[in-house]
Design a protein around this ligand. Structure first.
Ligand code: AHR
Length: 670
């Protein structure tokens, strides 16, 4: 084999970006041996990582349009404004506001605040509230919207006119509710209406009319076109993008939000169950994490809680993978730890979660699940203990969790953290300790430059096969650098991930799971880039990186088979990266080839060991015109897969591999 030399990125402006090879292409063939499987591909192999970052949940997949619906944000009226047109220039008006924030924390710790509105012989249009939504409200023409509110009053007498308006105040649809229950109890009233226009950033007004005093809480507006049309559900276009990936697992709820800035802000799954008005909101740590991307209105309402995550996993056919706090807060932030002697409640949370997911309806937590409408178990088989935790403190706590969980559920698999980076002292320490503990699955995170991904396509080629499995739990190629706001989801990053993933697939005997991170980002509300799927209030699009993920997950196969050039795995020779699997369900061989050079390459692929092959292969090609290409709301499929067929002659296939391309061949075996 000729010697190769890697020339790394030259100039971002010239478009000459990828490492290129100085050597000429050789004539070696790529030989795929379909009858000599090396390893099984786990059904979980390609999954998704969900975290409430970048407005992923509130303002994202959770379809609630009203921001701060229960007045529990740090500033209780954030997102709301009081409208009194007749008193606009009246300095006394602000001092005598008819809207009072009331806090009943002694009687209701989960949802202490509500508003008290005095409507003193008011005509429509003179007293109102406006909610700005999460960076506006996306409203669709002809779609039904469902308004609801909890109220409490001693006598009826107040009407509320609900209306959606655009930025000029133009009416887009509305309804009227006249709460008529009186007494000491809280009641709910609801009404629906249809919007007459599509608007990206609408607002909601509530105009009061009549005479009386009314308490209001949980003021809510949902579109009716939610995922599976569930009332109060999730945004269908975003969930469809996940379903289209056919993910093997879904990891939730993070990410750093599992850890929290401090332990008081850690994610506590038990507080995310039951009626939404009883789910205690907390601040989202991405609210203030990045001074350069502040999001002071970012909170976790938990309208989307653990029950909904399990239900989502079931809906999209993905194995659930919850990650739990291990008694340590984010080590970049407060680095608080719970004393080892006080860790029992944390461990109990883990044990109870298994019972919540799998327990019989007669068990305490199984009964809670059944009460929420799902008597059948969710079939939970694995859980993460800690997110990006590190150091001896982590190992000490992890051992306690492991002992408690394994003694009750010996077959249950645990995902363990190897820290924040895939190398260095922190990683080496944890990796050694975890292997010594015979960890089931070790979670590795790679937020690295594209060159790292290319160079690491062989990272696992010599890993032991009989020890702990690897979970590439968070990864994304960074076009600039980690947490830079200049990172782009361009074709360069996507193709380098595709090349790296040939190495994950070839090593499916040790790598059992992998997921890109983060998953979603709102164009007006993101903190972290790059991200797999970008959304605004109405649209969503997959990045080139999304299509790479999709080509892997929808061409997963069942068994890894050798794909060699000159007897070696193809990990950069001729700038090519290759892996192959067979699919025993469809009786096909699936070959993935990345050409990471600026030149087109022609190669012969031989498929050996099959009695007969179909005369044509389907080839799905993903490529950009330039490595800087990105997708966008205007051109959502600029870089997206294109399918065609190619002839198979005997056992040979002539592969034309365009510059900077990712090709997936599927060939039937008879
Ligand atoms: O994916 C964004 C963040 O990156 C995750 O919250 C964290 O686990 C990692 O540092």
């Amino acid at each position: 084999m000729r010697i190769k030399k890697l020339l790394v990125a030259v100039s971002l402006t010239t478009g000459s970006l990828l490492p290129s090879l100085t050597q000429a292409q050789n004539n070696s063939v790529i030989a795929v041996q379909v009858n000599k499987p090396i390893a099984d591909v786990q059904p979980t192999m390609w999954g998704v990582f969900f975290e409430d970052i970048n407005l992923g949940a509130d303002g994202g997949i959770y379809a609630e349009l009203v921001k701060n619906r229960s007045f529990e944000f740090f500033k209780p009226m954030m997102g709301w404004s009081v409208k009194q047109p007749l008193r606009e220039n009246d300095p006394v008006a602000a001092l005598t506001s008819p809207v009072l924030v009331v806090n009943r924390k002694e009687e209701n710790t989960a949802n202490p605040r509500y508003i008290n509105v005095t409507v003193d012989h008011v005509a429509k249009g003179n007293l109102g509230l406006t909610n700005e939504g999460f960076r506006g409200m996306g409203i669709k023409k002809d779609l039904r919207y469902d308004f609801s509110v909890m109220y409490h009053q001693s006598a009826s007498g107040v009407k509320m006119h609900i209306e959606l308006v655009d930025s000029t105040g133009k009416f887009l649809g509305g309804t009227t509710v006249a709460p008529n229950e009186a007494g000491s109890e809280w009641h709910k009233t609801a009404a629906s209406f249809t919007a007459n226009e599509t608007v990206l950033k609408a607002k909601m007004n509530i105009w009061f009319e009549g005479n009386g005093v009314i308490d209001l809480d949980m003021i809510s507006l949902f579109p009716s076109d939610t995922w599976k049309n569930r009332p109060g559900g999730m945004r269908a276009d975003m969930i469809q993008k996940l379903a289209d990936l056919k993910p093997g697992f879904i990891r939730f709820p993070g990410g750093c939000i599992v850890e929290g800035f401090d332990l008081s802000q850690r994610y506590q799954w038990k507080k995310t169950l039951g009626p939404i008005e009883d789910r205690q909101l907390i601040i989202n740590r991405w609210n203030f994490e990045f001074a350069h991307r502040p999001a002071p209105d970012y909170f976790q309402t938990f309208g989307l809680g653990f029950f909904e995550y399990f239900q989502l996993a079931e809906d999209i056919g993905a194995a659930p993978l919850p990650i739990l706090n291990c008694g340590m807060a984010c080590q970049f932030n407060s680095a608080e730890v719970v004393p080892v002697g006080d860790i029992d409640p944390y461990v109990q949370d883990a044990l109870d979660l298994i019972e919540f997911a799998n327990g019989d309806v007669t068990t305490k937590w199984g009964k809670v699940r059944a009460g929420m409408g799902h008597p059948a178990p969710f079939n939970l088989k694995m859980m993460g203990v800690g997110n990006e935790n590190w150091g001896p403190q982590y190992i000490e706590r992890l051992k306690i969790f492991t002992k408690a969980i394994k003694s009750k559920y010996p077959d249950f698999k645990l995902v363990n953290s190897s820290g924040i980076a895939p190398n260095g002292d922190m990683f080496d320490y944890l990796n050694k300790e975890l292997h010594a503990m015979k960890a089931d699955i070790i979670d590795e995170h790679y937020y690295q430059k594209p060159e790292w991904f290319l160079a690491n396509a062989k990272r696992y080629d010599n890993y032991p096969r009989n020890g702990s499995k690897v979970f590439g739990g968070e990864y994304a190629a960074q076009s600039d650098k980690t947490v830079s706001i200049d990172n782009k989801n361009n074709w360069l990053t996507a193709i380098s991930e595709a090349a790296f993933m040939t190495g994950l697939e070839r090593n499916a005997g040790v790598v059992s799971m992998a997921s890109y991170a983060p998953l979603f980002a709102h164009a007006d509300g993101w903190q972290w880039t790059p991200d797999l799927i970008w959304v605004n209030n109405l649209q969503s699009y997959g990045t080139p990186n999304y299509y790479v993920q999709k080509l892997y997950s929808t061409n997963k196969g069942t068994n890894v088979v050798p794909a060699l050039m000159d007897g070696q795995a193809v990990t950069g020779q001729d700038s090519l990266y290759v892996s192959a699997v067979t699919d025993k369900n469809t009786n096909e061989v699936i070959i993935k080839v990345v050409n990471a050079s600026a030149n087109a390459v022609n190669k012969v692929i031989t498929i050996n060991g099959a009695k007969k092959l179909t005369p044509a292969a389907t080839v799905t090609l993903l490529k950009g015109n330039s490595v800087l290409d990105v997708n966008s709301f205007a051109t959502p499929e600029a870089v997206s897969p294109v399918a065609s067929t190619v002839q198979v002659k005997g056992n040979k296939l002539a592969a034309s591999l365009p510059a900077y391309s990712f090709s997936v061949y599927r060939i039937g075996m008879k």
